[in-house]
Design a protein around this ligand. Sequence first.
Ligand code: MN3
Length: 242
Amino acid sequence: MERRKFFKAVGLITAAAYVSPIILGNVQEQRKSSDIEGVLPSQFPPLPFAYDALEPYIDARTMEIHYDKHHRAYYTNFMAAIKGTPLEGKPLSEIFKSMSKQTDAIRNNGGGYYNHLFFWKNLGKGSSGPSNELSEAITKSFGSNEKFKETFTNAAKTRFGSGWAWLYLGSDKNLAIASSPNQDNTLMDLSPVKGTPLLALDVWEHAYYLKYQNKRPDYIEAFWNVVNWDEVNKRYTQALKG
Ligand code: MN3
């Protein structure tokens, strides 16, 4: 949400004209910490773009079903699964840290809710590519941008059955690539690889089957046209600080 809309949304539009940059900074900080890893919204969050925004790489019908049926179901089922438990009201980041102790319903639906929210944000047209900072890190970790793409593509291609491919920042502050089964992610304590996710790709068949059928590699190739690098760059900068 852009700043102006945000102030409007919280009823601070008048006050906004008078706040100092320092206070504004604090508000921005609060927004960041209540971002997708933070407090769960009481309503299913909107898709940040139109269904047809990623055409022809990801078709409108797939986006509609993926968001409005699959993602919505993860959200609804997750909220139902934590209702009345000590997890209700806790930030997702905290729930993920104790995922090994939770039920399958919480693991699958909590992961499904978060992963899709993350995925939508890292999709979009028109971004220019990795920042200088991220490019340097990519070269350091993978040798070149081409090698990075190849490694990520392979992780996505070779994930057997349903799952996700991830670029993430490990605790050693190095970039790494992995895939996860089902709706697991690198924030969960039960994940064999852990770190802060920076870029995700959904390789469940529901993400591509209508347009690409069994041709997962074609879908993965198309994905590179709709990576929102602005978001990935932002996440990288934040993760380095975190
Ligand atoms: Mn999906």
